[in-house]
Ligand binder design. Structure first.
Ligand SMILES: Cc1cc2nc3c(=O)[nH]c(=O)nc-3n(C[C@H](O)[C@H](O)[C@H](O)COP(=O)(O)OP(=O)(O)OC[C@H]3O[C@@H](n4cnc5c(N)ncnc54)[C@H](O)[C@@H]3O)c2cc1C
Length: 444
């Protein structure tokens, strides 16, 4: 159980009451939450009625619905459709405030969070929920040529690269260059990679099909490179085989059992059963690995290989029960003894769990260890093509696709976003058009 909060003379703003102006108010327990992603936001909301002061710190002013980021990258949705200002989400929560700032360190001794601009934010309980970023397995030099998809800026950058590749292919008269420009590769066949190639194939083969004169966008090669022998390895074999078939029907070429050994401006080198070969490709997108935010460094604890912080079954540090780590940043095992996956439902449930623990601890009560309830896994491939694994039932095709759409609309934050996304999808479904084909940040 968590010990009672020690009284602290400072207010949450970090200031000490001036001498002679002693306040009679009992200081409230200060909960500082780092990150307003799925985990942090669910913790903040679940503390709405608790007798605590909540401070949410994020380096961005918006909460991002990452599962639909690939649709921004492939011109299906606009950035604002999948993001909502953190302030407006917490507007009605009187005990919560939002600070824009980048966490740089945590002083466990003085119990302060240190922000990059020098501010110190004191806490009694701390919830670290700063997520993960993409990882290049020791090849960070590949990042500029093979960007990953994590932020709105990444999605806009990828959208620019994809759309510019078609524009440049239209301009060039050199056949070899045109071929390279019309070859687009995604590395990593997890849900994000599969969703990306599916959407890229639909963009090239449907939405752009009639818009060019010198090129036929339908001739574009869309490659999915994966080191494992099958796509969607987290899904059962049967669904993974269905996904493979559905991708091939969309015209995606799957290069399975293929490891990327080099990426540069000209393309990517892969190694598979046939040896090494170079594939000229102007657009390479990285969806192959993640690494936790540097929370292990901030907390001065050893992280695992992916940088995740090992926590107790109560999601706190063994030597500091009021210091919680959740979501993609935490390493915690599920009922099967395997680490819980880095997915939104895990982060959300963990956020709610630590909020309950903080509430109960303040009332002198304890909680059972965290237990994740897995309601199922979904991945979409394209129009009427998806896979869904609920354990007791496994679906693919149109039904799985409809379910995927319903779940994503349901979990999107903000009524406006739900309506806009629904209308965009309806329009895209009826017309095959993509409404957000803007090339920004590139002048000719
Ligand atoms: C492209 C993509 C597609 C995905 N698709 C799915 C899907 O279909 N289904 C699914 O369940 N999961 C999906 N995921 C995974 C899911 O989004 C994550 O598991 C989930 O977001 C983890 O929640 P979190 O709260 O741990 O971190 P996040 O939601 O990533 O939130 C972390 C927050 O911390 C902030 N932050 C980070 N560092 C700092 C710092 N130094 N200072 C201040 N703030 C900081 C960030 O700005 C962010 O707001 C996807 C992820 C990606 C990238």
């Amino acid at each position: 159980m968590m010990p009672e909060a020690a009284p602290d003379r400072r207010s949450a703003s970090g200031t000490t009451p001036a001498p002679g102006r002693a306040t009679m108010a009992v200081p409230r327990h200060r909960v500082v939450i780092l990150g307003a992603g799925f985990g942090g936001l669910s913790a903040a909301k679940a503390l709405a009625k608790a007798p605590v002061e909540v401070t949410v710190i994020d380096r961005r002013n918006y909460h991002l619905f990452q599962p639909l980021l690939y649709q921004v990258a492939t011109a299906g949705l606009s950035p604002a459709d999948i993001a909502a200002p953190i302030r407006s989400i917490l507007r009605g929560q009187a005990n919560a405030r939002v600070l824009l700032g980048r966490v740089q360190a945590i002083d466990r001794q003085s119990r302060d969070v240190l922000l990059q601009d020098g501010r110190r934010i004191p806490f009694d309980s701390l919830v670290v929920a700063t997520g993960a970023r993409h990882a290049y397995f020791g090849h960070d030099e590949w990042e500029p040529v093979a960007p990953g998809l994590k932020k709105i800026d990444d999605a806009i950058d990828i959208r620019r690269r994809i759309l510019l590749a078609f524009e440049r292919a239209e301009m060039t008269t050199d056949e070899e260059t045109r071929h390279r420009l019309l070859t687009l590769a995604v590395v990593g066949a997890g849900p994000t990679g599969v969703e990306m190639v599916g959407a890229m194939a639909e963009l090239a083969k449907k939405a752009l099909a009639a818009d060019f004169r010198a090129i036929d966008p339908r001739q574009a090669r869309i490659l999915l490179v994966e080191a494992a022998a099958r796509p969607l390895t987290a899904f059962p074999d049967r669904l993974s085989a269905k996904a493979k078939t559905q991708l091939e029907e969309l015209g995606v070429e799957l290069l399975l059992g293929a490891k990327v050994t080099r990426c540069d401006d000209a393309g990517l080198e892969i190694e598979d059963g046939e040896g090494r070969r170079f594939i000229p490709a102007a657009t390479v997108i990285w969806a192959a690995g993640v690494e936790a935010s540097p929370a292990a460094k901030w907390l001065d604890v050893p992280g695992d290989r992916a940088g995740r912080v090992p926590v107790t079954p109560h999601l706190n540090l063994p030597d500091d029960p009021r210091l919680f780590v959740i979501g993609d940043t935490a390493l915690v095992s599920g009922a099967d003894g395997k680490p819980l996956p880095g997915v939104a439902p895990v982060a959300k449930q963990q956020g709610e769990y630590v909020a309950r623990q903080i509430r109960l601890a303040l009332a002198g009560k304890s909680v059972k260890p965290f237990a994740y309830r897995n309601y199922g896994n979904l991945a979409t491939i394209g129009r009427k093509a998806a896979v869904a694994d609920f354990g007791w039932i496994r679906l693919s095709g149109t039904l799985a696709w409809l379910l995927w759409g319903a779940v994503h609309i349901f979990f999107l934050i903000g009524f406006r976003n739900r309506i806009f996304v629904l209308l965009s999808w309806l329009w895209a479904y009826l017309s095959f058009h993509r409404g957000s084909r803007l090339i920004t940040g590139a002048d000719f």
